[in-house]
Design a binder for this molecule. Structure first.
Ligand code: VGL
Ligand code: ZN
Length: 207
């Protein structure tokens, strides 16, 4: 049972969005090729889905600017521009992504008091989204992960997949992903590899 998990391929993380990842939209044609390939039994997508005034937004912290560190519920937190606010254009999946091919959408980040990079659980690891149980119940044995952003939501999702789904082969599809910071991307790929995530490209995924 092979599943593909597309992370946060939303307007907000593409050029023109509120938290644009460089070349973020370039993952869309690659993701569509994967969706249309027939290689996957199940295709899932995550959607960053914040309430207005979320605690990860710099605008919520007087005197703070985006990309500065702040505190959230007593823990250090990277402060972001307002992004992916529920029901706004910024939060919609990229319009060219083949949404008809997606079987299940996992929203995340709804709790204002904690950020949720991973599609599986909040950053403090207290609350689960239910995605791990969903994949377990479906009998998934291989999970390919890609999307935006490599150094944040993709990395944390892949590391949680390894930890929360023992026995499942987890692979990161590099050319179907883009990151925010080049140094962070390199560290993220190294960390994923070290923790047992296979690093592949879409050609290998489609082979
Ligand atoms: C993300 C920062 C804040 C991501 C989401 O999708 O990587 N990054 N929220
Ligand atoms: Zn977010």
């Amino acid at each position: 049972m092979k599943a593909l998990l597309l992370i946060d391929i939303q307007n907000g993380f593409c050029p023109g969005g509120n938290l644009p990842v460089p070349d973020g939209d370039r993952v869309v044609p690659v993701a569509n090729k994967l969706i249309d390939s027939g290689k996957y039994d199940m295709i899932l997508a995550s959607q960053d889905w914040h309430p207005a005034g979320h605690g990860s937004f710099a605008s919520t912290h007087p005197g703070k600017k985006p990309f500065e560190m702040g505190m959230l519920s007593g823990k250090p937190q990277m402060l972001w521009p307002d992004h992916c606010v529920q029901n706004t254009e910024d939060a919609m999946l990229h319009p060219e992504l083949n949404a008809d091919g997606i079987d299940f959408i996992q929203q995340k980040g709804q709790n204002s008091t904690v950020d949720s990079y991973s599609a599986f659980r909040d950053n403090d690891q207290a609350a689960l989204t239910g995605l791990a149980a969903h994949l377990r119940d479906a009998g998934v044995t291989q999970l390919d992960i890609c999307g935006l952003a490599t150094d944040y939501c993709v990395k944390f999702s892949a590391l949680d997949a390894v930890e929360m789904l023992p026995g499942v082969k987890v692979r990161f599809i590099e050319d179907a992903s883009r990151g925010i910071d080049p140094t962070g991307v390199k560290a993220a790929v190294d960390e994923m590899r070290m923790r047992g995530v296979a690093i592949i490209d879409s050609k290998e995924a489609l082979a």
